[in-house]
Ligand binder design. Structure first.
Ligand code: FES
Length: 348
């Protein structure tokens, strides 16, 4: 059983958590130093991060995990502060959009000073590729966060960079003051605000299309906005290779190779009663279970919190992230990142 398990720490987790409450394998502690509202729905949180945290490249994001009612919940957030802040003080800032009807961000916004959370190592490859080339940055709403970090981290300006920041009025423009200050100090940086209440998206897109000539483009915003803009830019002749975009959340790909179209029977032995459900080969076991009214334990849904761990008694699964196949025997798996390859017997 041990030989089938990807991480021995999973076996030791209950013991480690008894010794260090809140401990999560592969995560780092971060202490909240301050919180301030940037806009009516965006809060700026400053954390002192563990000295073991490996650092970040401006533009990257991390997963922040909160423990609530005994469950670990995780969400991705971009770091919005400059690299120099972390280098000088060991602190980073996250600017988070708070959705009052959500289950995570209201908890985050109500954290008290000195609260401790877990963060992952920084992730993602959204970064300023070639600062020596003219660049156009386009941010909409909370998409400003990774872009602000890139711009505010830049020490040696080599070529012009322009930011088009599209928001519903300046009152909803997070980090605006810092960016205005940068524009006032750095002659190679230009800031344009586009008020989405008054400037139609077609006009904005045409403006970007004209400004995009011979520049690298960095886009971050709601996916519909990015999709529409990048399609228009490619149609206007911008090379796809010159467009860089940030995308949050787990990618749950349909993997190439193997049979991804099949359905498998899953017998889930649960304290609340045994259930049988049909799992699709191209969905996570957690998704298939929920679609059929079976509600296993879960937290982050992205393989970080280990809340969805269960014992696989028999059968084979594939790790969605790496494509690695499990053995056929007894071992522990995470439902949110496992797809069935055969029929399964599970216990949670
Ligand atoms: S739900 Fe968090 S690891 Fe699966």
């Amino acid at each position: 059983m041990l030989g089938n398990q990807a991480s021995v720490r999973l076996y030791l987790l209950p013991l480690l958590q008894a010794i260090w409450p809140g401990f999560l394998p592969g995560q780092y502690r971060a202490r909240l130093m301050s919180a301030s509202w940037q806009t009516p729905d965006m809060v700026l949180l400053r954390f002192n991060v563990s000295s073991r945290w490996p650092g970040f490249v401006p533009g990257q994001h991390l997963l922040l995990t909160l423990t609530h009612n005994g469950r670990n919940l995780s969400r991705p957030f971009s770091i919005c502060s400059p690299l120099s802040l972390w280098q000088a003080t060991g602190q980073i800032e996250l600017c988070c959009k708070v959705s009052q009807s959500g289950s995570f961000t209201p908890l985050l916004a109500s954290l008290k000073s000195n609260s401790v959370v877990n963060i992952s190592a920084a992730q993602g490859d959204f970064s300023w590729q070639q600062p020596a080339m003219p660049a156009l940055f386009i941010a909409a709403g909370s998409g400003i966060t990774p872009i602000a970090s890139m711009l505010l981290s830049q020490r040696h300006w080599l070529a012009p960079a322009t930011l088009y920041y599209r928001v519903r009025g300046t009152e909803n423009a997070a980090l605006l003051q810092r960016l205005q200050q940068l524009a006032a100090q750095q002659p190679l940086f230009t800031l344009h605000l586009s008020d989405s209440r008054f400037e139609h998206s077609d006009v904005f897109t045409r403006q970007i299309g004209t400004a995009a000539n011979n520049k690298q483009l960095y886009l971050c915003g709601p996916s519909a906005f990015m999709q529409q803009l990048s399609t228009a830019l490619v149609q206007a002749g911008v090379a796809k290779g010159d467009i860089f975009q940030e995308q949050f959340g787990p990618a749950l790909p349909v993997l190439a190779g193997g049979d991804n179209s099949g359905q498998h029977q899953v017998a889930l032995q649960h304290a609340a009663g045994n259930k049988v459900f049909t799992a699709s080969a191209n969905l996570s076991l957690l998704q298939s279970a929920e679609q059929q009214g079976v509600n296993p334990r879960f937290g982050c849904r992205i393989g970080v919190c280990f809340q969805c761990v269960c014992d696989k008694v028999s059968g084979q699964v594939r790790d969605i992230r790496s494509g690695a196949l499990s053995g056929h025997g007894s071992e522990q798996i995470q439902l949110c990142i496992s797809q069935p390859v055969t029929d399964l017997v599970l216990k949670q």
